[in-house]
Structures are given as structure tokens and as C-alpha cells.
Design a protein around this ligand. Structure first.
Ligand code: ATP
Length: 270
């Protein structure tokens, strides 16, 4: 079970240079996660506790997972990822045990960065109903909080959680000593989108007529993940046309396609 829900990566292959348009967020993550791992004595000497957990919140596909991987990479920490939804939906009755396992694996791999994606799945506001599912979710969350409350003894382990649904969270997890650093990770702005286009076309054979500033303007609603998808799709358009150079028109067609595909997924989920 453990192997199926937990992703353990000794050195994730994401670095800060791979992330576009999140300078402030990167700075904050470095301060709160990297500094305590690299210079724990600074916090001792100053006499303050480093922030326990960091919560990244914002729309899907904006780079939350990348940020967590990059900081693990930078600090030579093991990256351990678990999704909240898998914790409670896939292995009913196992949630609390999996949380215990998660911290056990982290202790075995110190220094480690624990990344809990979709934290809302285990830390949603309490509802009126007392179905067994809710009780299970509660138990899982209590286990997480109790692991986090024993933070001092845990040494070189940092916890990052992420959610797309900040409004749904139980405020109990945001109390001091828990996820007490909140970092919003928004969709990229014009500059951000331009940089993300540049990042994802680094190894691509891009024609001279391609203008990333213009593409960034046209793809105004795109997330980082959308921009990445546009770059790959643009390459596919070139290949279909039997060319090895990717033109502006390929990127435009690709953006159309990415939008159409995401409309379709929205329809399906309705
Ligand atoms: P989710 O909430 O859906 O889990 P997320 O915010 O964790 O999403 P990531 O998994 O970090 O998003 O991003 C998905 C992919 O989109 C990345 O692997 C990367 O290719 C691309 N991407 C997203 N945001 C950025 C960014 N700011 N800079 C560069 N690439 C990005």
C-alpha cells in the first residue's frame, strides 16, 4: 500500500530556474523551508522556531508541486509526496496509518520534504453529517496534526501542503505551529506567461516568427500547466505537417486545442 500512495524521490529534477513568474513565492518558500534545513543553528541562535508547515494555495497547474520539488532539490532533501485524496478514498480505514508511515519514511530519509497535495481532502471543514467516511477523514487529519505537533523532535523534516480550495479548509490546520505560513500561488501574469513559454521551449526548434510576448497576450487565461501543454501541442502540429521547425501558427493552433480540450473536460465533470 505504502508504495502505491507515496512517491519518494531522492533528488527531484526540478530547479528554481524551471519555474516562471513566481519570484515572491519562491523567495518565501526558500525562507521558510530552505533556511531551516540548511541553517537550523541560525534559528537556535536567534531563539525563534522556524515555521512548521507551509501551505501553498491557488488554482490547478500553477507550479505548487514544482516549488516543493525545487526546494527539496536545492537542499538535497528527499522529496516525499502523498495526495490527500488517495489517503482517504483509496484505502478506507488506512488514512491514519498512512500518515504515520509518511512521517516514518521521512525520518528514515532525513533531510526530507513532505509534500501533501490536495490537503483539502483530509482537512475540509467539519460537516454536520457523521457518516463513516467523515469519521475516517477526521481520524486521518487528527493523525496529521499530532505528527505536526511533535515537530521539534522531528529534526530535518519540512512539510509543505497544497490546495486548490483554500475556502474549504478547516481552520484548525492553520493554527500556529501547524500550517502557519500561507503562500498564494496565482495564475501567471503576462510576464510570467512569457517566461514560462521560454522555459518550456528551451530544447525546442522554434522558428524566427515566434513571438512569446504576443502568445502570452493571446493565452491570457493560461496557467503554467496550460502553457506547457501548448508548447508540446505546437510541436505535434509541426510534426503532423511534416516540419521540424515550430512556427507561430503552430503555437496558435495549439492554444486553440488546449482550450477546447479543457472545455471538454469541464463538460465531462459536470
Ligand atoms: P495541481 O494543483 O493541479 O496539483 P500544481 O500547482 O501543483 O497543480 P504543477 O504540478 O507544479 O502544478 O505544474 C504542472 C506542470 O505545469 C509542471 O510540471 C510544469 O511543467 C508546468 N508549470 C506549472 N506552473 C509553472 C510555472 N510557474 N513555471 C513553469 N512551468 C509551470
Amino acid at each position: 500500500v505504502r508504495a502505491r500512495v507515496m512517491e519518494v524521490t531522492e533528488s527531484p529534477d526540478v530547479s528554481y530556474e524551471d519555474i516562471g513568474g513566481l519570484e515572491e513565492q519562491m523567495q518565501e518558500v526558500r525562507e521558510t523551508v530552505e533556511m531551516p534545513l540548511e541553517k537550523p543553528e541560525m534559528f537556535d541562535d536567534v531563539g525563534i522556531d522556524p515555521p512548521s508547515g507551509v501551505l501553498l494555495y491557488g488554482p490547478p497547474g500553477t507550479g505548487k508541486t514544482m516549488l516543493a520539488k525545487a526546494v527539496a532539490n536545492q537542499t538535497d532533501a528527499t522529496f516525499i509526496k502523498m495526495a490527500g485524496s488517495e489517503l482517504v478514498h483509496k484505502f478506507i480505514g488506512e488514512g491514519a496509518k498512512l500518515v504515520r508511515d509518511l512521517f516514518k519514511v521521512a525520518r528514515e530519509h532525513e533531510p526530507a520534504v513532505i509534500f501533501i497535495d490536495e490537503i483539502d481532502a483530509i482537512a475540509a471543514k467539519r460537516t454536520e453529517s457523521k457518516t463513516s467516511g467523515d469519521a475516517e477523514v477526521q481520524r486521518t487529519m487528527m493523525q496529521l496534526l499530532s505528527e505536526m505537533d511533535g515537530f521539534e523532535e522531528r529534526g530535518e523534516i519540512r512539510i509543505i501542503a497544497a490546495t486548490n480550495r483554500f475556502d474549504m479548509l478547516d481552520r484548525a490546520i492553520l493554527r500556529p505551529g501547524r500550517f502557519d505560513r500561507l503562500i498564494e500561488v496565482p495564475k501567471p501574469n503576462q510576464d510570467g506567461r512569457e517566461i514560462i513559454f521560454e522555459i518550456h521551449t528551451r530544447g525546442m526548434n522554434v522558428a524566427d516568427d515566434v513571438d512569446f510576448a504576443e502568445l502570452a497576450e493571446e493565452a491570457e487565461s493560461a496557467s503554467g500547466a496550460d502553457v506547457k501543454a501548448v508548447c508540446t501541442e505546437a510541436g505535434m502540429f509541426a510534426i503532423r505537417d511534416d516540419r521540424t521547425e515550430i512556427r507561430m501558427e503552430d503555437f496558435r493552433n495549439a492554444w486553440e486545442k488546449v482550450q477546447a480540450d479543457s472545455d471538454e473536460t469541464e463538460d465531462v465533470s459536470k
